[in-house]
Ligand binder design. Structure first.
Ligand SMILES: [Zn+2]
Length: 562
């Protein structure tokens, strides 16, 4: 930094900042002006300097972490100062598991979740359709007819007259049924003459036999097939919304799980335009491992903004739909122990191939049996392909036998888990599985105590993209129905700092970015979040009320609370 610039900086400082900075600090050794300085009680994630009073950043690099007096000298005329007075500054949150672009599509699509009457449902669709071009599909919705007096299912007659030019296919919030208007039924070739589809139901008018527009489960398939793929412009719009929304929640990085290969271009465009405000690692479907390997060979693995060397597979389904793969039969449906959603031979072959190609492998496993079988596959692939630092990931790792918790820790497999699911599923999980397994369900405490690199995330759009809600869930384990005020299986609770680590330091480790991300220290990437309260000082219940004051990603303030 030149003298001239230094003087300009002093001359240009407003009085308040001069006072804050202190004249003496300005006279000291040339330190250079920071682009952004964040003041507040800083939790760094760095064991060598766990707490500080501020963080100075220039470009995408942290210049200094120290007490507020030291850092004042980095404040110049061009420095943006953000302050969490009485609050807290932490490394930017990393969300280990999202369906990121799907989240963006949900945000740009019609919102029917809060439509409390059939009239409201129709009115919102009419208003949304009026803004669309003819022929453009209207999807999303997430309506809930249980909110309506008498709970009638909607029919196409409710919306046909207000959507003459647009096919409409809006789903119920659980995704197990959706309403098509007449244009969408026509596009899908569904009529009175259409036979029912295995695993699905076409709801029909009892008098005329005509489809009402409600299609359940597999009967939705023909409409989804008839829908055009999103255009580049639609993808860009969805991504922009997802980025802005994530920034407002303090999220500065995420892993986009099950990313369609066709979505890579949208992320590349955003990066080229300098519009990525969230760092993204993409995990593409594992059966596309060869495409991923070829793409990495052509383009490289990417950088700290966009990394593309991940693949993701599936072992089983979910507990909610009784398709999580268990050792014991379901308590509420003893005819089933869940489903292998991918044949074991295929998943083993793909894991092996992707691992040989140098890709990072993540696999969804929820049930205890799915997790045990997956650990076997990981072991056999590691034995075949030889020793390397591969960091296999288990996505969800929800129900684990004690011996598998030990295996995860010993074999350095990353458990990538979503604490919000506890306070949601905890309401009804006891109906499905017995207490022995519940004790090691979302077994955060045991995993940490055994030395596993526990990563936290949201699973957005299945759950809200909100790390503060996740920290609240991990720390309190209070179910949403408030029936477990002391915490659901409280022995597995973690501390605030452990939850913070799982959203920052450990998430960086989970994608080979430790040391330079998820931590506040000189030389690391400049991602910081400012919170309106100190999570380590408030009562655990109050964590859920925490507001993000500002988000800094790549050394730029990308969000400020209104
Ligand atoms: Zn998911």
């Amino acid at each position: 930094m030149t003298n001239l610039r230094h003087q300009h900086r002093r001359a240009g400082l407003p009085l308040a900042l001069l006072l804050a900075a202190g004249l003496a600090a300005c006279e000291s050794a040339p330190v250079g002006e920071a682009g952004v300085v964040a003041f507040g009680r800083v939790w760094t994630g760095n064991p060598d300097q766990p707490w500080a009073g501020g963080v100075a950043m220039r470009g995408d690099t942290i210049l200094a972490v120290g007490d507020s007096g030291d850092l004042a000298r980095y404040v110049g005329a061009g420095t943006e100062v953000v302050t969490a007075a009485g609050g807290m500054v932490v490394p930017g949150f990393m969300d280990g598991h999202t369906h990121f672009l799907d989240g963006g599509f949900q945000l740009i699509s019609i919102d029917l979740r809060t439509a409390d009457t059939p009239e409201e449902f129709t009115a919102r669709i009419a208003a949304f359709a009026a803004e669309r071009k003819p022929g453009e599909w209207i999807t999303g919705g997430d309506w809930d007819h249980e909110r309506w007096p008498g709970s009638p299912l909607p029919t196409r007659a409710w919306i046909d007259s207000v959507t003459p030019d647009n096919p409409v296919f809006v789903q119920r919030l659980d995704g197990h049924m959706a309403l098509a208007n007449s244009a969408a039924l026509r596009a899908a070739g569904i009529s009175k003459a259409t036979k029912d589809i295995a695993g699905g139901l076409i709801v029909r008018d009892p008098r005329t036999g005509e489809p009402t527009g409600i299609l359940k489960d597999n009967a939705q398939g023909p409409v989804y097939s008839a829908m055009p793929d999103p255009t580049a412009a639609q993808q860009d719009a969805a991504l922009a919304r997802a980025l802005a929304f994530a920034s407002s929640k303090g999220v500065t990085a995420t892993n986009f799980m099950s990313a369609p290969t066709g979505s890579l271009a949208a992320f590349q465009r955003a990066q080229a335009a300098g519009a990525l405000t969230v760092r993204v690692k993409m995990f593409f479907p594992i059966n596309r491992w060869r495409w991923v390997a070829d793409t990495v060979a052509a383009l490289g693995v990417g950088d700290d903004w966009l990394r593309i060397d991940g693949v993701k597979g599936y072992m089983d389904g979910s507990l909610g739909s009784t398709t999580a793969l268990l050792f014991e039969p379901y308590r509420d449906d003893p005819t089933t122990r869940g489903l292998e959603t991918t044949p074991l031979d295929s998943i083993r072959r793909w894991v092996q191939a992707a691992d040989s190609a140098g890709l990072q492998v993540a696999v969804h496993a929820i049930g205890d049996r799915a997790n045990a079988l997956l650990l076997d596959i990981f072991d056999s692939v590691a034995a075949t392909n030889g020793v390397r630092d591969r960091r296999f990931r288990i996505e969800h790792a929800q129900h684990l036998r004690p011996q598998d918790i030990t295996r995860i820790a010993k074999s350095n497999v990353i458990p990538s888990m979503q604490p919000y699911h506890i306070i949601d599923d905890g309401r009804w999980a006891a109906k499905r599985i017995d207490t022995t397994l519940l004790r090691t369900t979302y077994a955060f405490r045991d995993l940490i105590d055994q030395g596993a690199h526990l990563d936290f995330g949201s699973d957005w759009t299945v759950a809200p993209i909100d790390p503060l809600l996740g920290i609240y869930a991990a720390v309190t384990r209070r179910t949403l129905d408030d029936k477990n005020p002391g915490g659901w299986f409280p022995a597995q609770k973690v501390t605030v700092e452990e939850a913070l680590r799982a959203y920052t330091v450990e998430n960086a480790y989970g994608i080979f970015a430790e040391g330079r991300r998820g931590v506040l220290k000189p030389g690391a990437r400049a991602d910081v979040v400012l919170l309106d309260r100190d999570l380590t000082k408030v009562s655990p219940i109050d964590i859920a009320n925490t507001q993000v004051l500002a988000t800094v990603a790549g050394g730029k303030v990308v969000y400020r609370a209104p």
